[in-house]
Design a protein around this ligand. Structure first.
Ligand code: MAN
Length: 365
């Protein structure tokens, strides 16, 4: 970590790595030859004695000529146990098919999602200096249940009681829910299955027990009634979760987070409480980053929150990509006085920004 060179390039104290993007689709070996990477992004991170480990979301689409443009046939990969990938096709000219959001294929009558346009798995990358990463050639693991047939997305890592706990979104035709698994070496995994059922995502585990209980932030995906807000739950065993309470909403009156919010990196313990980076989405589907400060003894209580985004899509690799205008952090750690944040740029690439902790504290109101 000592050799990390991070340069200020925007003239302020938000220091994006000048080497950004740190990983792109050019670094990816496809899972099977019928697939090609459309994005490697939204990385979880953990700092170890040897450097930094990232768990990145790899989204792959089917290799057909012009698969993602205007050709009539849209071929969709889906996964199954044992690493088998199968394909389904849709006809773009079918009047009941809506492809206006390039992440999904919808039924134009019901707006129901029929398929995702890409299939996501998780890939590990390691680095000694936190900047130059070597990406694995194969997925961390393959989907192992029908709940993961449309992919595994957006992992987060929490170190808890000397183990690495990984939460991620499992997606299938039944919806998106939160899966928990644990490891000590990123080679062997104990998968605990779905701990929060659909529709839910953006779950992050707290790094310590509070009052004898484990805590988790999660984000129900509501439709019409209620909003996509951040909730908290508690557990005695990390598997069974209850006492769900609302923590923070997107009804702050700030345009940048008016559509939905969701936890980003797992909470970080600081003297003042737990610091949680979150993403806020506006009505134009631009993803920005804010922060919450939660009470250390009562983490359902918000002590303070940023009124303005801490950072937002500015660079070409954040403004242009598979899903434009998106910065999406899934991991961060403190390094001295700075918060080192790894995030996805435009659902395409892996990036890093270093933010002075004091700057975030000054923005909390
Ligand atoms: C959703 C998730 C994220 C993704 C954003 C932007 O919140 O699928 O993985 O980065 O949308 O597309």
């Amino acid at each position: 970590m000592q050799n990390t060179t991070v340069h200020a390039i925007d003239g302020h104290s938000i220091d994006r790595a000048i080497e950004n993007p740190l990983l792109t689709v050019a670094d990816v070996k496809p899972t099977i030859h019928e697939l090609c990477a459309v994005g490697i992004f939204n990385p979880a991170c953990v700092k170890t004695a040897d450097g930094v480990i990232l768990l990145c979301r790899l989204a792959e689409s089917a290799v057909t000529p012009d698969n993602l443009d205007n050709s009539a046939e849209i071929k969709i990969p889906t996964g199954a146990s044992g690493g088998k990938i199968s394909f389904t096709t849709f006809n773009r000219n079918d009047m009941h098919i809506d492809v206006s959001d390039n992440r999904v294929i919808k039924d134009s009558r019901t707006q129901r999602v029929l398929a995702l346009s890409s299939f996501s798995t998780i890939r590990k990358a390691v680095s000694k200096d936190g900047i130059h990463f070597t990406l694995d050639d194969t997925p961390l693991f393959f989907p192992n249940s029908a709940d993961e047939e449309w992919g595994t997305e957006d992992p987060r890592i929490t170190i808890l009681e000397n183990k690495y706990y990984i939460t991620y979104s499992a997606v299938s035709h039944n919806g998106v829910g939160v899966v928990l698994c644990e490891t000590t070496d990123f080679v062997n995994f104990t998968r605990h299955g779905m701990i929060i059922p659909p529709q839910n995502k953006d779950a992050v585990l707290f790094p310590e027990k509070i009052g004898g209980k484990y805590f988790l932030l999660h984000r129900p995906v509501t439709d019409g009634l209620g909003a996509c807000d951040i909730w908290i739950a508690e557990s005695d065993d990390l598997i069974h979760w209850g006492n769900h309470r609302h923590v923070a909403g997107c009804d702050t009156g700030h345009d940048w987070e008016i559509a939905k919010i969701g936890a980003g990196a797992p909470p970080i313990r600081i003297p003042e409480g737990f610091l949680v980076l979150y993403h806020g989405v506006d009505c134009g589907q631009c993803y920005r980053v804010g922060a919450l400060l939660l009470d250390a003894a009562h983490p359902e209580r918000v002590i303070a929150r940023t009124a303005k985004p801490i950072f937002e899509p500015e660079m070409p690799y954040e403004r242009n990509g598979f899903f434009a205008n998106t910065v999406f952090p899934c991991g961060a750690f403190l390094l001295g006085e700075k918060l080192v944040v790894y995030y996805g740029g435009a659902d395409c690439c892996v990036c890093r920004v270093d933010i002075p902790l004091q700057k975030i504290m000054d923005m909390l109101v």
